[in-house]
Design a binder for this molecule. Sequence first.
Ligand SMILES: [Zn+2]
Length: 250
Amino acid sequence: MQAPRTRDRKSKPESLDLLAIAAHPDDVELTCGGTLIKMVEAGYRVGVLDLTGGESGTRGSVALRQRESERASKVMGIVHRENLGLPDAGVESRRDFKLKIAQCIRALQPRTVILPHWEGRHPDHYIAGQIGYEACFLAGLAKLPLEGAPHRPHKIIYASLYVPTLLPTFVVDITDQFEKKLKAVLCYASQFSPRRDWRNLFPSRAECRERLAAQARHFGDMIGVRYGEPFVTREIAAVDDLVNMPVRSV
Ligand SMILES: [Zn+2]
């Protein structure tokens, strides 16, 4: 493990360096769990905000998924996790939902926020990306009915693993974090079948490992490492040093 970096934040010490927001418990583990673990290992304060309790899922009660989520948080080593209690399968672009998220952003003061990509199959996922973005903006407005000081994250990054056809803006090497990511995902035991049957709606643990490894390998290949997680940014990165660009060698 790397030595913790010195945090150069001027804000209060309990503020987060990185906050990942997602629709359902286990989304964060699946889409960017390896990256969160890597940032924890680098010494950053990392937190997660789940928008719903996943109560519409076919398997597992909310209480059970809550316990699973706590176990996964311990595996990842994050310092904060909370669930906003929005309705599962009912994440909508509503002002009260945006203000709830904005209130959390003010309280946690994250420097960087990871959101789900704004496209996708499941409406909860892409709407979480949309209202998450608007909440980050609202959190910085002084004249809103919110507690705490205005705060706007420095950077918003979109986790794009659920939309595998998208070309990522960058990929994070999670080769050293992959086994821990898998362990965190497998904490959600209610979502896995004890049977080894790929036709089952719920994959077995062996099937889960194979899928996660195949996905991570696909994106890892893009940067010449074993395992990777993909991200998209809306803004173009500024480059100063052409001699030492962090890219795959030819
Ligand atoms: Zn989900």
